[in-house]
Design a protein around this ligand. Sequence first.
Ligand code: ARG
Length: 272
Amino acid sequence: MRRPFARALALGAAAAVIPLASPAPATADSIVIGGYPVETAQSPWTVALSSRDRFGGTRAGQFCGGVVIARSTVLTAAHCLSAAVLGAPPSRIRDLRIIADRTDLLSTQGKEIPVRATWVNPDYDSSTNAGDFAVLTLASPLPESSVIPMASSADPAYAPGTAAVVYGWGDATGSGDYAHSLRAARVQVLPDEACEEAYPGDGDGKYLAGSMLCAGELAGGRDACQGDSGGPLVAQGRLIGLVSWGSGCGRPGSPGVYTRVSDVARAFGRSR
Ligand code: ARG
């Protein structure tokens, strides 16, 4: 289904219903669909967004991913902070935090840092999903070693065929099996045409090459999934995308759509 996690969550109890829209057989080892376990030590810039108030404490309140782009700055998806997901404006979520250095959400490893301020891209368009990014300012800084550089538009990592890795604590099968330990999946940057064909705008989103990035496997199998949103897509040591949306997870012909990080730098610079 093309609805972002946002809308899935808004339906509350419908969490059990949403996956019906993607009956693709859940591969046993599916992420982050088709993924494998990783440690946050290997990707210290991958953080979890948490609110136990809103999402309960079983998985430390995790509801989206985020990426550390400066010591006190985390990038995530705009739709993660929408009222549809949070049930209120982000400023009203008293216990909004990021969790760093915690591979397993059931452990107490690493640290939880309160979010001091949120900035949601004012140009985010929930009908096309364009401009799906937001910036969180942390109450205290993370070490410099947690920061990942952002790709600029000229970055060679945007070339189709580039190997990339996506990270997250999201649904690992497409059936609502939220991971409690971090996973990663190897995907490749796909030509814009692959997503333009898959997402012409007749569903819940329209692929727009200027602000989005297409990645996955043409044959399906490896992909991000619900709960991974806002998390990083990394290639050649740089952040190139943020998990944003897709139709189902890991389905052939329906690649993952990511926020194009080079566009974030541009848009963020302009709007502030
Ligand atoms: N919108 C989802 C979220 O909020 C992410 C979906 C990504 N889907 C995909 N097939 N890559 O977690």
